[in-house]
Design a binder for this molecule. Structure first.
Ligand code: ADP
Length: 476
């Protein structure tokens, strides 16, 4: 169903599309497929609802988000199960994501009350300067399938907190997860038109409408760098405010002063999270040559112990990839690396999993002797492959790590505080984990440099993306 102007309804012409389980291939839902008439109706509803929502007190907006947080936490089990079925990650990881998603609702319910303006000393004695922070207007949001609930709340919560209204298009692979989030917003009494949901099998016209429709003030997108650039190009002539959270190619650097076993355990955990389908997934593991054997031995042992399968089955630690093109891309990266001289330590091909249907499973893989000539060293794999590259010194590894068009996440293992600080300052990435494989939280700004995007989500910065600063000069 579409959620437009506070009403759940079918698409104009009753168009629908199917969503399926990537672990089995089975169809798990049929969803209304929004066309241009529906997109227009959603934008119209958000536009009509804007002035009243923007005019509510921050306390009213905060309370709605707080209630949504509580309801999401209460529904954690149901949402997690649905996420596993629709997106594939193991149930435990799905539960963690639901909590992360709920955290954005809570964080921005609090931030709603902290949208401060300022008074500024003026150059003339008869002048006063004041700034106001006001909501930008109607927001068009586009979200991906890999984190199908938290990416929705990471955009909708700050937008609503700021006083904006929203039209959201979820990824075509995960519309059911988005529908559940909007069910929650509906149940906690969000006024009609304030948040609208338009699942569709055809994202292109929605992107065109969001970037060109004069009623939309701001476009926020999470997805591939390729599509981000298309949207940025479309938005430019219309001077839309935009935020982009795009692809990454994270280095994971292990220095000789770190414990290689501890680092390898961390590397295995973060690499195979979400089957490697995360924009902050390590894509290049730079390991100091003097400790590489121990690192690889532990990483290979940990990787071999992972259990591939349907995320609903007990004991499964790594789920399927989302679809066949994703599987083909991972295979291509592995084959290219092996052909150019990489060592295949473990994995390397589609995984056989017992159970009904055909899932898009790939064996968790570790590659050694990876070099800069291999495709995997510069293209985002978005799959369960850990490429290990050896290095000899700090200056060399900083240069290599920064030698990418991307700039989202980086990880460093070192037991030297000074080196940790040097790396934090020298690496050109927006999120850096120093001996930390999970440098993310609703309270911490998330976003990238270079081709990884523009803007930050979460944290204090997250709500600023939905606000305009207005300066008042008063002659008294
Ligand atoms: P990935 O599938 O690799 O995460 P995409 O960038 O293809 O990355 O998808 C992310 C989101 O962008 C999805 O919601 C998808 O429907 C949407 N999308 C894809 N192509 C376009 C486009 N041309 N215009 C607008 N949205 C798009």
């Amino acid at each position: 169903m579409l959620f437009i102007d506070g009403t759940w309804r079918g698409a104009n012409g009753n168009a629908t599309f199917e969503t399926s389980n990537p672990a089995t291939g089975e169809v798990i839902g049929t969803v209304a497929d929004a066309g241009s008439v529906d997109v227009d109706a959603a934008i119209a509803a958000a536009s009509a609802a804007f002035s009243e929502w923007a005019g509510q007190t921050a306390y009213v907006r905060s309370a709605v988000l707080r209630d949504a947080y509580q309801l999401m936490v209460d529904r954690k089990e149901r949402l997690a199960k649905l996420m596993t079925e629709e997106q594939g990650k193991p149930l435990k990881a799905a539960r963690n994501e639901v909590q992360y998603a709920a955290d954005f609702l809570l964080w921005f319910s609090e931030e709603a009350k902290r949208v401060y303006g300022s008074t500024i000393p003026a150059p003339r004695s008869d002048q006063r300067f004041i700034t106001l922070q006001q909501p930008v207007g109607v927001v068009g949001a586009i979200t991906p399938w890999n984190y199908p609930i938290s990416m929705v709340t990471r955009k909708v919560a700050p937008a609503l907190a700021a006083g904006c209204t929203v039209v959201l298009k979820p990824a075509e692979q995960t519309p059911l997860c988005a529908i559940e989030v909007f069910e929650i917003l509906d149940e906690v009494g969000l006024p009609p038109g304030v948040a609208n949901l338009i699942p569709t099998a055809n994202p292109v016209p929605v992107g065109e409408a969001f970037t060109s429709d004069p009623r939309i003030a701001k476009v926020t997108f999470t997805g591939s760098t390729e599509v981000g650039k298309v949207l940025a190009t479309q938005a430019a002539p219309h001077m839309k405010r935009t935020s982009f959270e795009l692809g990454g190619h994270a280095p994971f650097i292990v220095f000789e002063d770190a414990d290689p076993v501890h680092a390898a355990k961390g590397a295995g955990l973060v690499k195979f999270l979400n089957t490697g389908q995360a924009c902050i997934s390590p894509n290049r593991m730079y390991v100091h040559a003097s400790i590489a054997d121990q690192f690889i031995e532990t990483l290979v042992a940990r990787t071999s112990a992972l259990r591939v399968g349907n995320g609903l089955d007990a004991g499964v630690t790594i789920g399927p990839l989302v679809d066949q093109p994703s599987l083909d891309k991972v295979q291509h990266h592995v084959d290219d690396a092996v052909r150019k001289g990489a060592t295949l330590h473990v994995g390397g091909k589609p995984a056989k999993v017992d159970g009904p249907g055909e899932g898009f499973f790939f064996e968790p893989t570790v590659l050694g002797n990876v070099t800069a000539e291999m495709v995997i060293s510069h293209e985002e794999t978005f799959g369960p492959v850990a490429p290990v590259i050896l290095f000899e010194n700090e200056a060399e590894v900083i240069a290599a790590a920064n030698d990418t068009a991307y700039g989202l996440a980086a990880y460093v293992y070192t037991n030297s505080l000074a080196r940790g600080m040097r790396m934090f300052e020298a690496l050109n990435f927006g999120i850096i984990g120093i001996n930390d494989i999970n440098p993310t939280a609703a309270a911490a700004p998330f976003g990238g440099m270079k081709h990884s995007g523009i803007g930050r989500e979460g944290g204090r910065e997250g709500i600023a993306e939905y606000l305009e600063t207005k300066t008042g000069g008063f002659s008294i």
